[in-house]
Design a protein around this ligand. Structure first.
Ligand SMILES: Nc1ncnc2c1ncn2[C@@H]1O[C@H](COP(=O)(O)OP(=O)(O)OP(=O)(O)O)[C@@H](O)[C@H]1O
Length: 313
């Protein structure tokens, strides 16, 4: 696989002095789906706008398919399709004309059979002669995607594609994204929804206050999510965890009479039975045990909270 999008140490300071991106670096492979997950104001739209040439970067370097987005703007832009957050559609225009015009704006010749294919793929074929204003919100979103695909881009950006859409349309959107990936299109989507990132992304990047906090393969994040904590409450506090229990990597809870054991729920053996025997042999008496799931939501909230605390310090 080759790198399709390379982002190196990108900073963005808006005119008012706000630093929206604080040195973001990221490499995205051809055919990959990356989800950028982050709260409001994290810098997701700013990053996409810079890559697409809508905003300028303060410092750093970005290439798309090897083309520098500043020095080689046209070639870079030709490779990119953008589905924006806002509906920027002409209400009286017909669907087919809207999409054809978008292709023309990229300086490409007419290609009716390609556009027919795009409309069919997005279930817009029977609406091709309908004026935009007569479409439902969901259909308008599909038109935004059709516009973005009108010049057969190799990289597609979807800025919060499913914000405010119903469950059915969300699932349809995910299916569309998967089909595009199967054709080798590289996809970067921003989202507030963790389950959306989990459902379709190969990797998940967490962004907060202009910093990328983590980029990790979705499967490995899911495995982390598959970890559970066993909270062991003891009759008496233990200041030091006995040496005989070192293989369990136990740690203290909030109090000295609580020990925590983390284990993988997917593993063939969780080690819990043996741990309980070994605890008793070490002379520790149990009062209670309970389990606790650490979810991706928790990982995410924890990361963002730590980042905010660092910024405040
Ligand atoms: N044109 C602008 N001028 C000044 N500041 C801006 C501008 N656009 C965005 N910002 C600021 O930059 C920061 C990042 O905003 P951005 O829109 O990129 O975040 P986001 O992650 O896309 O948020 P959301 O999820 O709400 O869309 C915010 O603090 C925002 O107020």
């Amino acid at each position: 696989m080759s790198t399709m999008l390379s982002i190196r140490d990108v900073r963005k300071v808006y005119d008012g002095g706000g630093e929206a991106l604080k040195g973001v670096s990221l490499e995205i492979e051809e055919g990959e789906i990356l989800a950028l997950l982050g709260p409001n104001g994290a810098g997701k739209t700013t990053l996409i706008s810079i890559i697409c040439g809508i905003a300028t970067l303060t410092s750093g370097k970005i290439t798309v398919g090897g083309h520098d987005v500043i020095e080689d703007f046209r070639a870079a832009r030709r490779m990119i399709g953008l589905v924006p957050q806002e509906m920027n559609l002409e209400p009286f225009e017909k669907v087919i004309n809207t999409v054809a015009l978008s292709r023309g704006l990229h300086g490409l010749p007419r290609n009716d059979s390609y556009l027919d294919e795009v409309l069919k793929k997005l279930s817009l074929w029977d609406k091709r002669d309908t004026p935009i204003r007569e479409l439902s919100g969901g259909m308008k979103r599909r038109v935004l995607i059709a516009k973005a695909l009108s010049h057969a881009p190799r990289v597609l950006f979807l800025d919060e594609p499913t914000a405010g859409v119903d469950v059915e349309l969300r699932k349809d959107m995910w299916q569309i994204v998967r089909e595009l990936k199967a054709q080798g299109v590289t996809i970067i989507l921003t989202t507030h929804y963790i389950e959306e990132a989990e459902a379709i992304a190969d990797r998940i990047g967490v962004i907060s206050r202009g910093d990328i906090l983590l980029v990790e393969e979705t499967g490995s994040l899911m495995r982390r999510m598959g970890r559970k904590d066993l909270l062991i409450e003891l009759h008496e506090p233990v200041a030091t965890i006995p040496e005989s229990l070192s293989k369990y990597d136990l740690r203290h809870g909030e109090r000295d009479d609580v020990l925590i054991y983390s284990y993988d729920t997917q593993a063939a053996r969780t080690g819990i039975t043996q741990l309980l025997t070994d605890l008793s042999e070490a002379g520790l008496v149990l009062r209670d045990v309970q389990t606790r799931q650490s979810s991706l939501e928790e990982i995410f909230v924890g990361l963002v909270r730590d980042n905010n605390a660092e910024d405040a310090a």
